[in-house]
Structure formats: structure tokens, C-alpha cells
Design a protein around this ligand. Structure first.
Ligand SMILES: [Zn+2]
Ligand SMILES: [Zn+2]
Length: 203
């Protein structure tokens, strides 16, 4: 897929959304990829066979695929997997094309993220946001050579979580969930994602 991770998109996510901006970019990319793949599987016999040869997708992407493709497409695809028979190979293991592509995109997105931290203005914006998830913190640390920046990122990450305590204490004090404003409620998903990564975000 030609779509590239960009600095502008990542910065936009950081300023306008409450969760991990890298996860958010990945979910957009993943959704488009799934939509294209389900189109190919529905309409192109040879591509369908080729994807079926890999055994389909990992459990996470199969569940997503099942959600966005219609019932007929799911049936045609699973029937093709039975016909082309990748499961007959010894030590059969699914080779998930979506994971492969998403991972390539993820590396590019994390690199762009670490570049964003090198200017004072964007680093300050990042500090004010809820930051990134633990998965992407780990990946980012692999790209950051500057020890001081790595230390700063680690401290900021913890600070961003601790700072939410006030909001959770406030929300806990309100008797009806729906009386809490949307932005504050958004912190529930934001914190779950910060702790667990993008897969808790679903589709
Ligand atoms: Zn993330
Ligand atoms: Zn996968």
C-alpha cells in the first residue's frame, strides 16, 4: 500500500486525540489495508488464492476481517483456504500479511515520532498530551540514541499516567456515568490503550 506515515498526520493525532498517536495512525492504516484486502479477496480470484496460501490471518486480524467483510466473502475465503490447503504443510503456521505490512508501517511511524521529539515546541505539545503506549515507548527507545532524551521520555510517560489520577478521582465522584463530559470519559480508553497498546482499540 502506498499510504505513508507522515509527520503532519502524527502531529495532528497528538493534538486532537486522547490515545497513543502512533496506535491511532496504525489503526487507520490497518483499517484501509483490511478494506483493500477484503475487496481483493471478493473480486480477484488469483489474489484470493495467493492470500489463502498463507493460511489467512492471525487471530486478531481474522476477527477484524470477519467484522468488515460480508458473510459471503468470509465463506468464499475460507472455502479457498480449504481448497489450496496450506494447513497440510508440516508445522503449519499462518503467515499474516496484515501483521507484516502493519509492522513495516509501525517502524516508520515510530521513527517519525522520535523525530518529532527533537524540536522543543513539539516535545512540549507531546508532554501535554496523554503520550504514547508502552509498546511504542519500547520501540521508540530503540531508535533514540540520546540518553537524556530517553530518560526524559520515560519520565514524561510516567508523569502522563500519574497526571490522570486527578481526572479519575473526579469521575469517580460523579454518580451517573453519563453526567461526565465526553472528553473526560475518553480518558478511559486513552489509559487502557496507553497500558495495553492498539489492540485494545479494536476497529
Ligand atoms: Zn501505541
Ligand atoms: Zn495479523
Amino acid at each position: 500500500m502506498k499510504e505513508n506515515a507522515s509527520k503532519e498526520k502524527l502531529f495532528w493525532k497528538m493534538e486532537n486525540e486522547s490515545g497513543c498517536p502512533v496506535c491511532s495512525l496504525l489503526m487507520d492504516y490497518e483499517f484501509n489495508l483490511l478494506a483493500n484486502i477484503q475487496y481483493d479477496i471478493t473480486n480477484d480470484d488469483s489474489l484470493r488464492k495467493q492470500i489463502a496460501m498463507g493460511g489467512g490471518f492471525c487471530d486478531f486480524h481474522f476477527r477484524q476481517f470477519k467484522k468488515i467483510a460480508n458473510g459471503k466473502t468470509n465463506i468464499v475465503f475460507l472455502k479457498t483456504i480449504i481448497e489450496v490447503g496450506p494447513y497440510k504443510k508440516e508445522n503449519f503456521k499462518i503467515n499474516c500479511k496484515i501483521c507484516e505490512k502493519v509492522h513495516e508501517y509501525e517502524i516508520a511511524a515510530v521513527q517519525i515520532f522520535t523525530n518529532l521529539l527533537s524540536t522543543v515546541e513539539t516535545a512540549a505539545k507531546f508532554e501535554q498530551s496523554n503520550g504514547i503506549c508502552f509498546d511504542h515507548l519500547k520501540m521508540a527507545n530503540n531508535f533514540i540514541k540520546d540518553v537524556a532524551l530517553r530518560t526524559w521520555l520515560g519520565r514524561t510517560h510516567i508523569y502522563q499516567i500519574e497526571r490522570m489520577k486527578e481526572d479519575f478521582v473526579y469521575m469517580n465522584g460523579i454518580s451517573s456515568f453519563y453526567e461526565i463530559d465526553r472528553e473526560k470519559r475518553g480518558l478511559i480508553n486513552a489509559l487502557i490503550q496507553k497500558l495495553t497498546g492498539r489492540k485494545s482499540g479494536g476497529l
